[in-house]
Design a protein around this ligand. Structure first.
Ligand code: GLU
Length: 258
């Protein structure tokens, strides 16, 4: 089974941008174990800008493009260094792939990406993908990693995309504002009612929100790929998910499809 796991900045870092060491260690352990048990895993990881902010001790997420891109250049290095070190502990080799939106539109680059990724999986390497933030300008960027991870999942024929987020899944209303908001466990169809649940608030360091997750769901539906939103604060939920337990919000579960 081929699985793309998207890790958001809020899962990797504390609110000040510094690495959440316990969380990341747990996550790398669980992902290594899933890989050992036979899953083909591709990570799409955010965190470059957030970790750059932490490493450069900037007071807040920069607003201007050159500082954002500089933070990404510093943070991407730190991010891969961290993954390399932690996965090494479980004898897994990582590879970095940085993409922009235009790489999906250019046939040659797209095929090269698919070939490289395929070969990395054959070599049992763990590919870790992010947007190439230092060169991605408005015209060519994908813009958020929920969408990027769905594009990756579609292009590699993944069976499932898991979005690790700072919430448990899709709720019937904003759980921060509405006490009786309920978690929706299964979404079979992206009805107008479901699409209307997309608020537009992102987290402090990342860019996502429910809007980008539902957009990712549209891409997954078209690619016939299952998608799950899970709380990244509890990496063990990944075990529950693959044991078939009802966790997070599952879109287009295999059994639901005709
Ligand atoms: N590529 C951005 C980063 O690594 C994150 C984009 C996102 O979180 O959606 O900081």
């Amino acid at each position: 089974m081929r699985v793309v796991i998207k890790i958001g900045t809020s899962t990797l870092a504390h609110a000040n941008g510094r690495l959440n060491i316990r969380r990341v260690e747990e996550l790398c352990k669980v992902i290594s174990d899933l890989k050992n048990s036979g899953y083909e895993i591709i990570l799409v990881s955010s965190g470059a800008i957030g970790m750059g902010v932490g490493k450069l001790s900037l007071k807040e997420k920069p607003q201007d493009i050159p500082t954002k891109q500089a933070a990404a250049a510093v943070g991407q290095c730190e991010l891969m260094y961290t993954y390399d070190r932690l996965f090494q502990k479980y004898h897994h080799t990582v590879a970095q792939i940085l993409l922009t939106g235009s790489d999906f539109k250019n046939d040659d680059r797209y095929h090269n990406f698919q070939n490289t990724l395929g070969r990395l999986l054959e070599l049992e390497v763990l590919p870790i993908i992010n947007e190439n933030d230092t060169i991605a300008t408005e015209e060519i960027k994908v813009g958020d990693n929920d969408t990027l991870s769905a594009m990756v999942a579609a292009s590699v024929g993944a069976d499932c995309l898991v979005l690790l987020s700072d919430i448990d899944g899709l709720y019937t209303a904003d759980p921060h504002k509405c006490a009786d908001a309920k978690l929706i466990h299964n979404v079979k169809e992206l009805t107008p009612e479901i699409m209307a649940l997309a608020g537009d608030a992102g987290s402090a360091l990342g860019t996502g929100g429910m809007k980008t997750k539902l957009h990712a769901a549209e891409l997954c539906r078209d690619a016939e790929c299952e998608m799950v939103i899970l709380n990244g604060a509890e990496p063990n939920l990944l075990y529950d998910l693959f044991e078939g337990k009802e966790v997070g919000t599952r879109f287009f579960a295999k059994g639901d499809r005709a």
